[in-house]
Ligand binder design. Structure first.
Ligand SMILES: Cc1cc2nc3c(=O)[nH]c(=O)nc-3n(C[C@H](O)[C@H](O)[C@H](O)COP(=O)(O)O)c2cc1C
Length: 194
């Protein structure tokens, strides 16, 4: 079983990365092969809107450090998307990754009715975990962003989506690490992936 975890905080070893690592550790303890990707360290672009993938579904024409990861993700059994809350939403680093998921979406026109529909070439049935870290102490404050992330994983044909929602960091990089309950929840979700 393979699990890949993306950390989209530019701050290494801060809250998002700590919790993504805790989920990975839980999965590794149960025997999974795990990998952490720090998106901020990669040379990546957002989707260029070239629409080449609409002629060749599943293939992204943009070549950068995300190219091999977009292929590797298809082979993973579980995917962790970790992002800090920036300006009420996700960070730019995870948005660039999510925009590139567009390459998995195909469009087709019914020859009978002329109706257009969308299909996904991303292999369905993967387990997703959404890790977020926010300064604000109120868990429901960014529910719209969590709902949007849930929509993304639904479109990616996820079999399940779990949430690790860390609140009230107040800019302290160690806030999650010092929260035993939060760390235990992240590890236990990781274990449950396997
Ligand atoms: C550019 C920027 C925008 C932010 N916007 C918000 C926000 O809208 N709401 C919030 O609660 N916290 C906001 N924060 C605080 C971060 O969400 C918080 O510090 C989080 O714990 C950072 O995660 P990290 O420790 O993994 O980097 C913002 C921080 C930065 C740097």
């Amino acid at each position: 079983m393979k699990v890949i975890g993306f950390n989209a905080s530019p701050r290494k070893n801060a809250n998002t990365m700590t919790l993504v690592e805790a989920v990975l550790k839980g999965a590794a303890d149960k025997g999974a092969e795990t990998r952490l990707v720090n998106l901020n360290q990669l040379n990546i672009k957002g989707c260029q809107g070239c629409e080449v993938c609409k002629k060749k579904p599943g293939q992204c024409a943009t070549k950068d450090d995300l190219s091999p990861l977009l292929v590797e993700m298809k082979d993973c059994d579980a995917i962790i998307l970790g992002t800090p809350i920036y300006w009420f939403h996700v960070s730019a680093q995870i948005k660039m990754l999510i925009d590139r998921f567009y390459c998995y979406m195909g469009h087709e026109t019914s020859p009978e009715t002329g109706e257009e529909s969308t299909f996904s070439t991303f292999p369905g049935g993967k387990k997703f975990v959404i890790v977020t870290s926010q300064g604000d102490a109120v868990p429901e404050m960014y529910q719209q962003t969590l709902d949007w992330l849930n929509l993304v994983t639904t479109i990616m044909s996820a079999s399940s989506t779990e949430f690790v929602t860390h609140c009230g960091s107040e800019n302290d990089k160690s806030s999650a690490r010092n929260n035993a309950e939060m760390m235990a929840k992240a590890r236990s979700i990781g274990e449950s992936l396997v």
